[in-house]
Design a protein around this ligand. Structure first.
Ligand code: HEM
Length: 164
């Protein structure tokens, strides 16, 4: 029986073909410019994954299981949580880590599957623009959230806030 050698999927060779099936992606990578970014990105996925397990299961437990559980979730519940810097930092860490982890994962998928340089470039521009917008908006929401907004002298949404 002869040994089978499987080519590295990161091989910068032109796509190999067996019949009509491509069996290796066609990369033209220039190793010198990448430094150890890819190694750090690989490590980040593992470390952020471990931290995300704690953050996400903590978030689900406190929101869905503790006390009245899911029935307690409303505007006031969110306002109460974000009045506490502990939950602001918790949610901020969850937002940033999930976004950076997810974005880096999708970046890997784009690199693996988009074959044309232009396609890869545009997909990544859209990805990074969406990530930047969501991180900035989410961070602003966490830190500028006003539980008792007054619009044109009218208290919104009313109920648990003192009169203006
Ligand atoms: C619950 C905690 C999580 C853990 C433990 C975790 C773990 C991981 C690990 C270890 C990888 C790398 C896989 C590889 O390189 O082969 C990965 C990839 C990925 N993760 Fe997560 N992750 C978590 C949450 C998330 C969340 C919240 C998102 C979305 C925002 C996400 C999106 C992705 C994507 C898109 C990939 C790339 C998949 C691929 O390469 O095929 N993950 N995850």
């Amino acid at each position: 029986m002869s040994a089978t050698q499987i080519e590295s999927p990161r091989s910068p060779k032109a796509a190999a073909k067996v019949g009509s099936n491509r069996i290796a992606p066609q990369y033209r990578r220039n190793g010198s410019s990448k430094g150890n970014f890819e190694m750090l990105a690989w490590l980040f996925m593992r470390l952020s994954g471990v931290v995300l397990v704690v953050l996400i299961f903590g978030h689900l437990t406190v929101n869905l299981l503790v006390g009245e559980g899911i029935k307690a979730i409303d505007f006031g519940f969110v306002a109460g949580k974000w009045a506490d810097p502990f939950w602001q930092i918790w949610d901020l860490a969850m937002l940033w880590l999930a976004m950076l982890h997810g974005t880096n994962g999708v970046r890997t998928i784009i690199n693996d599957y988009a074959e044309k340089d232009a396609t890869r470039l545009w997909l990544k521009i859209v990805l990074y623009a969406a990530t930047t917008a969501i991180i900035i908006l989410g961070t602003l929401v966490i830190f500028t959230f006003d539980p008792c907004p007054v619009v044109n002298g009218v208290q919104l949404p009313g109920g648990f806030c003192p009169a203006p």
